[in-house]
Ligand binder design. Structure first.
Ligand code: ZN
Ligand code: ZN
Length: 107
């Protein structure tokens, strides 16, 4: 097993001393793990096309289907086609049921 050599460097973002697993290149900014993570592009969805291969479905708007919540009887919209005979729940009731399901699972 090769031991990973760590190099001391000063984070160009926060100025903290940190260690990096590569030799810092003069003139190139070095970031500590915290700043590195902060600077990583983090978009919730649809942002980065280069990495968006498995997110194809995010490109077009979701088709919403009208449904009646089986719990409270309110009209709601769901992102999937309601299956006949299967209950559909509005967001609120869905969240409520999920909560109670989680509880019973823990039990
Ligand atoms: Zn930093
Ligand atoms: Zn409901």
């Amino acid at each position: 097993m090769e031991e990973r050599k760590m190099y001391k460097a000063i984070c160009s973002d926060c100025g903290k001393e940190c260690e990096v697993p590569f030799k810092p290149t003069p003139g190139k900014p070095v970031r500590c793990q915290d700043c590195f993570r902060k600077n990583r592009p983090q978009r919730s969805f649809g942002g980065n096309r280069r990495f968006g291969r498995d997110r194809r479905f995010d490109r077009r708007p979701r088709e919403m289907h009208k449904a009646i919540c089986a719990e409270c009887g309110k009209e709601c919209e769901v992102p999937f086609k309601p299956t006949e005979g299967k209950p559909v729940y509005c967001k609120e009731c869905f969240a409520k049921r999920k909560e109670s399901q989680n509880n019973s699972e823990e039990f």
